[in-house]
Design a protein around this ligand. Structure first.
Ligand code: NAD
Ligand code: GLY
Length: 386
């Protein structure tokens, strides 16, 4: 049979957009959005939850209206359990009922749950409409709003249904962190420690130094202090820059890429974290708290495999503990946790790989098959047993 091959070469450059980080920015978010979108302000769906909207909704909405946008508010339930198909469907139906067109805009105001869900809805509604993020948690500012991963959870796992969809802009106002509950502050800083651990000694030392100087849970009181605000902004900007660089090199987390430039390194600490979240039904631990345990576990495993010296394991543990108190996990059965590792198999070609450390700031992607079962179980028992 004769056949012809017709090459299809598509240009899909990473879209360019700005992430603005600073303080007292919400009042001006309407002008910011208008300038970014460069078209006449149209309709916008402001997606949030009741709690966050109660705190910041009026400021954001008024600013958008003053800039000329017509704003419809779409409130979803609060918490991970609402990041699902049902909420996605309701959100898409909201866009449809309001007759949103491709020249309209979705704005997510909230943490990672609102951002991931609204971003996914924006990516599939009319095959993609303009999307802006206004993250209001520390985790969302340094991680989830950066890099275009959007998703909902489903019966077969967390974040497994989603898209890569870059926003058109991100506005992070650190003053919003002043109302963040204590555990969310700890959870966000655990993600910062994770990024430091894989991002390089400079980022790790900056994060460790900040956490030594400022007790994270007192930071909310310090948000009126200009010196503190500058240091906090520098820290967040360093984290955002690090993540942007990783995403620039590997936007879609290429399956075959297993070197340290891979986006996969951002999953450091996440294999244990996802297992702990799963075995506790996503109700007991905040995602970032689970990452805190995941960091200490990956560090211990790295040591047991002769990759990471004892003093660096200690440094990592100390810095995780500086973020705040993690809920005890001593009631969890290590065997059950071990059993759930298999759900992380998607990491490289259907086989489980661990992100470990060859030194602080030096991540490596390590095949599970090369780790003796006993080494893994002993490390797991040590971490779970405290
Ligand atoms: P979250 O969105 O559930 O927010 C945490 C809690 O804080 C919620 O109750 C929320 O209502 C409340 N809140 C948010 N901002 C507040 C504020 N300023 N003041 C007071 N309360 C506030 O949780 P999160 O930690 O922001 O995000 C976790 C989610 O992010 C998970 O679903 C995770 O899978 C996802 N995530 C995505 C990426 C990505 O790359 N897309 C990266 C990391 C995590
Ligand atoms: N938080 C992991 C990533 O964005 O790839």
């Amino acid at each position: 049979m004769k056949s012809r091959i017709i090459p299809v070469k598509l240009q899909r450059p990473i879209s360019e957009y700005e992430i603005r980080v600073g303080h007292d920015l919400l009042d001006g978010c309407g002008e910011w959005a208008k300038n970014l979108l460069s078209e006449k302000p149209g309709r916008t769906a402001l997606v949030s939850n009741r709690k966050i909207f109660g705190l910041y909704g009026d400021t954001v909405k008024n600013s958008l209206v003053n800039a000329g946008f017509q704003v419809s508010v779409c409130l979803i339930g609060d918490g991970e359990k609402h990041k699902n198909f049902q909420t996605l469907r309701q959100t898409l139906e909201f866009f449809g009922e309001k007759r949103f067109s491709r020249s309209d805009t979705v704005i997510a105001l909230g943490g990672g749950v609102v951002g991931d869900l609204a971003g996914f809805a924006a990516s599939i509604y009319l095959r993609g409409i303009t999307f802006l993020q206004i993250p209001t948690t520390l985790l969302a500012m340094i991680d989830s709003s950066v890099g275009g991963k959007t998703a909902v959870n489903s019966g077969f796992g967390k974040n497994l249904i989603g898209s890569f969809y870059q926003p058109n802009g991100v506005l992070a106002d650190i003053k919003t962190l002043g109302t963040l509950p204590k555990r969310e502050v700890t959870a966000g800083f655990c993600e910062a420690v994770k990024q430091g651990a894989v991002g390089g000694e400079k980022l790790f030392d900056l994060t460790a130094g900040f956490l030594e100087k400022y007790q994270p849970l007192d930071n909310r009181k310090r948000l009126a202090d200009q010196g503190f605000l500058n240091e906090f902004e520098n820290l967040l900007a360093a984290h955002i820059n690090f993540k942007v660089e990783i995403v620039r090199n590997d936007e879609r987390e290429a399956v075959e890429n297993t070197d340290k430039s891979s986006r996969k390194i951002l999953n450091f600490g996440h294999t244990l974290a996802h297992s702990l979240e799963k075995v506790t039904d996503y109700r007991y631990l905040k995602h970032g708290e689970a990452v805190g345990y995941g960091i200490m576990f990956a560090a211990l495993l790295s040591k047991k495999l002769g990759l990471l010296p004892e003093n660096q394991v200690k440094s990592l543990n100390d810095v995780v503990h500086r973020t705040g108190k993690l809920p005890s996990i001593s009631h969890i059965d290590p065997e059950i946790v071990f059993d759930t590792f298999k759900y992380d198999k998607k990491l490289v070609n259907d086989s489980l790989h661990w992100i470990l450390l060859n030194g602080i700031g030096k991540p490596i992607i390590f095949p599970h098959a090369n780790i003796p079962h006993l080494t893994l179980m002993t490390a797991l028992e040590e971490i779970i047993g405290g």
